[in-house]
Design a protein around this ligand. Sequence first.
Ligand code: MG
Length: 183
Amino acid sequence: MTASSDQPPLRPTAQPGLRIGHGYDLHRLEPTHPQGQGRPFVLGTVRIDHDRGPVAHSDGDALLHAVTDALLGAIAQPDIGQLFPDTDPRHDAQDSRVFLEEALSRVHAAGYRPTNLDTTVICERPKLGPHKDTIRQALAGLLGMPPDRVNIKGKTHEKVDAVGEGRAIEAHAVVLLEHTGAD
Ligand code: MG
């Protein structure tokens, strides 16, 4: 086995051609207003009719939050919670597109652009199948990519734990960035 100190150092000025980022988010789901604390159910910017919605300071779009953190992670920048703290009243019910657009502008400023995105959303209800293509089109538009470079996978949690009992939603995102040579 080779000790890490024996490895050649990374060249500090070398701009790698590809960067990869991962993002994860979870939101509790509660009955929607006015009966409960849940906001209207929104996923990947798409409003979906459901009797429960995310408890969140922003609009609670778990998928957009995961994608935002994947973009920020790929360029090793502060995460969504650091950039947009939930104590900031400006982000009360904030449309999460604002967060994604900020992350994307940071990606561009760093000399990169997204080349493909793969995501997994885990929730018991609502069923995502009828909405996946709409979400895919929306995310592709936001990221400036053709839809065939964006993937949305839906899974249940087999009725166990909070996600499986319909009390939470989870989202994972993996994004690949390519260097544009613009910096
Ligand atoms: Mg979130």
